[in-house]
Design a protein around this ligand. Structure first.
Ligand code: WTA
Length: 630
C-alpha cells in the first residue's frame, strides 16, 4: 500500500470512574455512535431541535460533493441562541462571562442579561456606522469582554467577522484586511502582556495603509489619559455604544449565510480564509460543547485559547454561550507574575472544565508540580487539550498533576476547517495516552492509504473524514480551487493533511501534519508566510524554513537564508532578521535558528524541497528525491 508506514503502538490505558459516563449527557459512546449510524439525519435534527429557529429546515443535509448545505432554508440568528434564549429564561442572572485582568484586583462579571444588553447596543452602534448584513468587520483586539461583545454584535446584524489574533504584526493584519475586504476594523489602544502594554492601535494604523475598503476604525480606549483619536475615520468604542439604541432585533439569517471568515496558514501562497456558515456551525459547536465537554449548568468553563483562533471562536464564544455556560476569559499569561497564576485562577473561580494546548502543558511541566500543588484544584471535573498531539508523557503529567488522576482527559482533534471537535475520547470512556480517541458520534473518520483504502491497525496513513458534518467549512474565501482540493486529494473524502494510525479498538493517534505547516506553540504557521517575511528584508535573496521538534514549543522554526550580493553573514544580521520576522508576522513566527547557505534544494520546477532540508537537519531519510534538481 502506498503512502503508509508502520507505527509501534503503546498499550497503556486509564478508565475514569463509571459515574462520569453515567451522569454524562452523551452516555455510552457505543450506543451514541450506533444511534448516529442508524439515522444520521435524525441524529443531527434532534440536536438542532434543542435550539431556537425562526423557520425550520426543509432538509437536514444536501450533499453535492464537495459542497454541502445543512438545515436548508432554515432561518436563525446564532446570537438569539447564545443570548436571548438565556436572557429570557431562568438563566437571565446566571454569569455568562468572567474576565480576569493581569492585575489580581481586576475582575469583571457579566450575566447573560447584561451581556445581551451590551451586545444589542454595540450591534446598533455598528449599524449606525453603516455596517449591514454581509459586510466584513475585522477584529484585532486583546482578550477583554469587549472582544466578545464586538464579535457577537457582528453576528447579531449579520456582518461577517474576521478576527485576527493580536499577536500578528502589521503586514499579516494588512493581508487579512485586504483579502476579506473589511469595512470596519475594531481594535483597542493596548493589550496587556506580562505587565507591559502592547500598542495594538499603532499596528492597525500601519495595517490600514493600502487597505482601501476600511471606512472606520473603532478603538476601545483602556489607558488614561485616553489615546487621542485623529482622522474622521476613528471612533471611540464606548462613545458609539452609549449613543446607540438599547434594543436590537437580531437579523434573520439563512442557514447558509456566512457567519465568519478565519484565516489559517497554508503551505504555499497566502493564508486561507476559512468560511463558516450560520446554522451548521451553530449546531456543531453547541453539540460538542454540551455532549463532548458534557457542559452542565454549574460548570465554569475555561478555554485558554484566544478568540483569534478557531478554538476561541468555537469553545470560548459560540459553543459555550449557546449551551448557556459560564465562561472564564483572561488576559493573563501562564508565567506572569509567576507560574502559579493559572492554578490560582482555577481555585479562585472554581473552574470545572479546563481546556488548553499541549505546548502549554509542556510549559507547566517545566515550571514544576510545586506550582499546581500550592492550589486546590478539586473543582476540576474535565481537562482537555487541542492543537497538537498530546504526547504520552504530557498526558501522564496532565492526568495526574492537574486532573488528580480523577478527571477525564479530552485530547480533542479538530481543525479551523472542521469548526468542531472531530476525534476524542468521550467522557467516561477508556483513555489511551498518545491517542486522541475515536471519531465522535456524528463524525465518520478513518486512516487510509494514498488510494483511499482503510489501513490495518498499526499502519500509519492519512487521516480522512468520509462524510460531511454540519460545521464543516463551506468555502475558502476567494479560492474555490483550494477548497475543492480538500475533498479531491483522496477521491470524495475530506483530507485533513494529518498523518495518523489506528489501534485494534479504533482509537486514532495523530502523528502530525503531512505537509509543510509548522505548528509553533500550538499556532499554525505556513512556511511560505515566514519565508516571505524573510525575503522582504533587503539582505535576503531566498529562504526556506522548516519546523524542528522542540520540547517546549512542539516545533521551532529553523531558517535557511541565501544572502544577496554585498551582504555578509554575521550574528548581528541574524538578530536583525529575527526582529524583522517578528515585526512583520509576530513573535510566534520568530526563527530560533538561522543558517546562511549558498543554495537550497529545489525541484526541477523550482519549488524548494523543505523535507530534504529537514531530513538533513534531523539526520533522517529524505524519502523520494527523484524530483530534486541537484
Ligand atoms: C493539529 C485547531 C494532534 C492537527 C483546533 C490539525 C492536533 C491542526 C490536535 C489544526 C490533536 C489539532 N492531536 N494534532 N488533538 N488538534 N491538531 O486549524 O495537525 O489551528 O490539522 O485548529 O492542529 O490546527 P487549527
Amino acid at each position: 500500500m502506498s503512502g503508509t508506514f508502520d507505527v509501534p503502538l503503546e498499550k497503556k490505558s486509564y478508565r475514569p470512574d463509571p459515574s462520569y459516563r453515567d451522569q454524562s449527557w452523551l452516555g455510552s459512546y457505543d450506543e451514541a455512535y450506533k444511534r448516529f449510524l442508524d439515522d444520521p439525519e435524525k441524529f443531527w435534527a434532534d440536536i438542532a431541535g434543542e435550539l431556537d429557529w425562526y423557520r425550520p429546515w426543509d432538509a437536514v443535509r444536501e450533499w453535492e460533493l464537495p459542497y454541502a448545505r445543512w438545515f436548508t432554508n432554515a432561518k436563525l440568528n446564532i446570537t438569539a441562541n447564545c443570548l436571548d434564549r438565556h436572557a429570557a429564561s431562568e438563566r437571565r442572572n446566571k454569569v455568562a462571562l468572567i474576565w480576569r485582568g493581569e492585575d489580581e484586583e481586576v475582575e469583571r462579571v457579566l450575566t447573560y442579561r447584561q451581556l445581551h444588553r451590551k451586545v444589542m447596543r454595540f450591534a446598533n452602534a455598528l449599524r449606525d456606522l453603516g455596517v449591514r448584513k454581509g459586510d466584513t468587520v475585522c477584529l484585532y483586539m486583546p482578550l477583554v469582554p469587549e472582544h466578545i461583545i464586538a464579535l457577537l454584535a457582528c453576528a447579531r446584524i449579520g456582518a461577517v467577522h474576521s478576527i485576527v489574533y493580536g499577536g500578528f504584526g502589521a503586514a499579516a493584519l494588512n493581508a487579512r484586511i485586504r483579502d476579506a475586504g473589511a469595512k470596519i476594523v475594531i481594535t483597542a489602544d493596548v493589550g496587556y502582556r506580562r505587565g507591559k502594554r502592547v500598542a495594538l492601535k499603532t499596528i492597525v494604523d500601519e495595517a490600514v495603509v493600502n487597505a482601501p475598503t476600511v471606512e472606520k476604525i473603532v478603538v476601545l480606549r483602556r489607558t488614561s489619559p485616553s489615546l487621542e483619536l485623529f482622522s474622521e475615520m476613528e471612533v471611540d468604542f464606548e462613545e458609539i455604544m452609549e449613543a446607540a439604541d438599547p434594543y436590537c432585533e437580531p437579523e434573520v439569517m439563512d442557514a447558509e449565510d456566512p457567519l465568519f471568515i478565519l484565516y489559517t496558514s497554508g503551505t504555499t501562497g497566502p493564508p486561507k480564509g476559512i468560511v463558516h456558515t450560520c446554522a451548521g456551525y451553530m449546531v456543531g459547536t453547541y453539540y460538542t460543547t454540551k455532549y463532548i465537554f458534557d457542559m452542565k449548568d454549574n460548570d465554569v468553563h475555561w478555554c485558554t485559547a484566544d478568540p483569534g483562533w478557531i478554538t476561541g471562536h468555537s469553545y470560548i464564544v459560540y459553543g459555550p454561550l449557546a449551551a448557556g455556560a459560564t465562561v472564564l476569559i483572561t488576559e493573563v499569561v501562564p508565567d506572569y507574575p509567576d507560574p502559579g497564576i493559572f492554578w490560582r485562577i482555577v481555585e479562585d473561580f472554581g473552574v470545572t472544565i479546563f481546556y488548553t494546548a499541549p505546548t502549554a502543558i509542556r510549559m507547566f511541566m517545566r515550571f514544576g508540580e510545586e506550582w499546581p500543588q500550592k492550589c486546590n484544584l478539586d473543582s476540576l471535573r474535565l481537562i482537555g487539550s487541542v492543537g497538537e498531539p498530546l504526547n504520552p508523557e504530557a498526558f501522564e503529567w496532565y492526568y495526574h498533576t492537574i486532573g488528580g488522576a480523577r478527571c477525564p482527559v479530552l485530547d480533542t482533534w479538530w481543525q479551523t476547517e472542521t469548526g468542531m471537535h472531530m476525534i476524542t475520547t468521550t467522557v467516561g470512556e477508556k483513555m489511551k495516552p498518545g491517542f486522541a480517541g475515536r471519531p465522535i458520534p456524528g463524525v465518520v473518520a478513518d486512516v487510509v492509504d494514498s488510494e483511499g483504502a482503510s489501513v490495518a491497525p498499526g499502519t500509519g496513513g492519512l487521516l480522512v473524514i468520509k462524510e460531511p458534518w454540519p460545521s464543516m467549512m463551506r468555502a475558502v474565501h476567494n479560492n474555490d480551487e483550494r477548497y475543492r482540493k480538500y475533498w479531491s486529494t483522496i477521491d470524495s473524502y475530506y483530507t485533513a493533511g494529518d498523518l495518523a494510525v489506528k489501534d485494534e479498538d479504533g482509537y486514532i493517534m495523530v502523528l502530525g501534519r503531512s505537509d509543510d505547516i509548522i505548528i509553533v506553540a500550538g499556532h499554525n504557521l505556513g512556511t511560505a508566510e515566514v519565508e516571505s517575511a524573510l525575503v522582504s528584508h533587503e539582505a535576503v535573496a531566498e529562504s526556506a524554513v522548516i519546523g524542528k521538534p522542540d520540547v517546549m514549543k512542539g516545533q521551532a522554526i529553523k531558517a535557511f537564508v541565501i544572502l544577496r550580493e554585498g551582504f555578509k553573514p554575521s550574528e548581528k544580521l541574524k538578530s536583525e532578521l529575527t526582529y524583522h520576522v517578528r515585526m512583520s508576522i509576530g513573535p510566534i513566527a520568530m526563527p530560533s535558528e538561522i543558517d546562511f547557505v549558498d543554495s537550497l534544494p529545489k525541484t526541477r520546477s523550482g519549488k524548494i524541497m523543505r523535507r530534504v532540508l529537514k531530513a538533513k537537519e534531523l539526520g533522517i531519510d529524505p524519502g523520494d528525491i527523484s524530483t530534486l534538481e541537484e
